[in-house]
Design a protein around this ligand. Structure first.
Ligand code: IPE
Ligand code: MG
Length: 210
């Protein structure tokens, strides 16, 4: 969900206001996606590379994830089940702080019975880390390591392959997101910064695959 900083800058606001608006926009867009009968919406909230940002900015973004995972009432009203993917909390490289872990676990539990759209939030996520994890797990089984074996060891193996990948804010690149799952994906690039990514934008992205 790129472009929060530029969105704020263009309004002479502090960067963190862009992140706050980005989180609000995700809540709006989840509603739109549900209305459009999207089955799986996966968003890149925070990457394994993002930890080097200024500490105050990281702290703000962590707080926004706590807020996001706290939107259980809204998710339940929409029949949305939330999940998380990222470096497993018990792995040595993992960096998700305890209070965010708690929010994640609670949201997953409190929306587990919902049968509608699945919203997956990638946090402390990187595709390279995921693929290394998967390869190691696959090798540890002692079975032949082939495409199926690696696919079975992704963080969330039940996630379907990506139909359409969206990159906002004028960047024409993918940045370590779901590389394994995107082998045949359509890609929608837009100039709009994430906080301005609206229903018309989602429809344009969906039009690539519907
Ligand atoms: C995306 O917005 C938010 C995260 C990566 C957490 P940016 O912060 O990357 O916004 P720009 O790229 O500076 O506009
Ligand atoms: Mg950016």
């Amino acid at each position: 969900m790129d472009g929060n900083g530029r969105w704020a800058k263009s309004r002479s606001l502090p960067r963190i206001d862009g992140h706050t608006e980005g989180e609000e926009n995700l809540a709006r867009l989840v509603r739109v996606a549900v209305r459009r009968n999207v089955g799986w919406l996966t968003v890149f909230g925070f990457s394994t590379e993002n930890w080097v940002r200024p500490r105050a900015e990281v702290r703000h973004i962590l707080g926004l994830h706590k807020k996001l995972f706290g939107r259980v009432a809204e998710l339940n009203e929409l029949n949305v089940r939330i999940q998380w993917m990222g470096r497993p909390f018990d792995s040595p490289e993992a960096r998700t702080p305890k209070y965010v872990q708690r929010a994640i676990r609670k949201a997953i539990k409190d929306t587990a019975k919902n049968t509608g759209m699945v919203l997956t939030v990638a946090f402390d996520y990187g595709s390279h880390a995921e693929m290394v994890h998967a390869a190691r797990q696959a090798a540890a089984t002692g079975e032949p390591v082939d495409v199926d074996a690696i696919s079975r060891q992704m963080y969330l193996p039940h996630l379907p392959p990506v139909d359409v990948l969206v990159r906002t804010s004028g960047e024409v690149r993918i940045s370590n997101f779901m590389l394994w799952q995107s082998a045949g994906t359509e890609v929608y690039f837009t100039e709009k910064a994430w906080p301005d990514f609206d229903a018309a934008e989602l429809d344009a992205a969906l039009a690539l695959v519907r």
